[in-house]
Design a protein around this ligand. Structure first.
Ligand SMILES: [Fe+2]
Length: 384
């Protein structure tokens, strides 16, 4: 496999290697010969150009977006009609979001022989557990299936530079499947946390391995801290360090600007709008989005999400490792990481109104929110 043969020599320690040289992960990506798409965002990962990856019998590409900053990987994989990919045993957990198509995933534990299979479809979200043998199949005979996959391989290769350690490691200890079999085979479950700050750790999170359709998921909790009457589902995967969330916010509103660390991978399952991203005191980057758009806010850049559509907008965020979240560490520092509507640059709301105006629409932002930093949005029945 290319993971072993080509990169083993590239990974040899070199006394003259300088700090500005490519990382082990970048060398591995280049060794595959696949397209590498760079920049702040990809307008539509459902149509992004792919290349052939003979070792894995698929088409694929890497999205090395600026905000990943060596933390997370984003890979797009396409499975031909009716085809199953070669079984893979990968040494870390990986999240899969289905950009298009229908298929099956079989996960088996090489030690116990335990095996589960589940079906997925467009906009499903699921996880492939580490050290299990995972097989992905396209269930349709007339259309490709396209997946977006994310893991912490760039970070992992920064401390162990040989990819074969992660792709071919004969590790034989307990796997997430053997440790939490029931949680892989059943529907995700709500877990209540007795916190009430409306923030990242509060309220309810959903624990499970398979979320059938992120565009249809309605088990949401108000996300009061971020404004706009928005709601959220916090997601954790069984026996995994990976976490995620999906934010949902109403038509013709926008969320508060905020910032954090790198590696928060955002993919859009539904809606139409744009986001702005900017370093403190720097130029703004505008990112138009729709279903299939992917972007990653760079480290400590402010960013803000705007819904221009006629219905709720949704974005799924795949998180970096928990200790790298990049939020300011003290509660009194929160004001450094979030901009209340009352304190934002008027350019923000003016641009929003202009964009809506082009569509013959008007903002549904509450005027009071611009004057009262403690303004309370109302939440509809689904956001219970
Ligand atoms: Fe964010």
């Amino acid at each position: 496999m290319v993971e072993t043969a080509k990169t083993a020599e590239l990974m040899q320690p070199s006394g003259d290697r300088r700090w500005d040289q490519p990382t082990a992960y970048q060398l591995w990506m280049e060794a595959t010969g696949l397209p590498i798409h760079r920049g702040f965002y990809v307008p539509d990962a459902r149509t992004v150009e792919l290349g052939s990856w003979p070792e894995r019998e698929c088409k694929a590409a890497f999205l090395e977006l600026t905000g990943l900053e060596g933390v997370s990987e984003i890979r797009v994989t396409e499975i031909s009609p009716g085809k199953s990919l070669p079984p893979m045993k990968f040494g870390m957990d990986e999240v899969v979001y289905v950009l298009g198509g229908r298929g099956l995933t079989t996960i088996s534990d090489p030690q116990t022989g335990q095996e589960i299979t589940f079906e997925w479809g467009k906009r499903s979200l699921f996880e492939l557990p580490r050290n299990c043998t995972c097989t992905l199949s396209n269930a349709q005979g007339n259309a490709p299936a396209r997946l977006l996959q994310s893991n912490y391989l760039p970070l992992a290769l920064s401390v162990q530079g040989d990819p074969s350690f992660f792709f071919n490691n004969p590790y034989s200890g307990p796997t997430p499947l053997s440790l939490a079999a029931g949680q892989f085979a059943s529907e995700a479950k709500a877990v209540h946390q007795e916190l009430d700050d409306g923030g990242v750790a509060a309220g309810v999170f959903w624990y499970g391995n398979f979320f059938p359709d992120m565009a249809a998921w309605e088990n949401l909790t108000p996300f009061k801290a971020r404004g706009a009457g928005g709601s959220v589902v916090w997601i954790r995967f069984p026996q995994s360090v990976l976490t995620a969330h999906m934010s949902v916010f109403p038509s013709r509103t926008y969320k508060k600007g905020h910032r954090h660390g790198p590696g928060w991978v955002i993919v859009i399952p539904a809606g139409e709008g744009y986001s702005i991203m900017w370093p403190e005191g720097g130029e703004r980057v505008v990112i138009p989005w729709q279903e299939g758009s992917v972007f990653v806010p760079p480290n400590r850049w402010f960013h803000q999400h705007f819904n221009l559509g006629a219905s709720d907008a949704r974005y799924v965020a795949l998180h970096p490792p928990m200790h790298m979240s990049g939020f300011s560490e003290k509660i009194e520092d929160m004001a450094r990481d979030q901009i209340e509507y009352a304190n934002e640059d008027p350019w923000v709301r003016n641009r929003f109104q202009e964009e809506l105006g082009k569509r013959g629409l008007a903002s549904l932002m509450a005027e009071d929110a611009y004057h009262d930093p403690k303004y309370q949005w109302s939440y509809d029945a689904k956001a219970s």
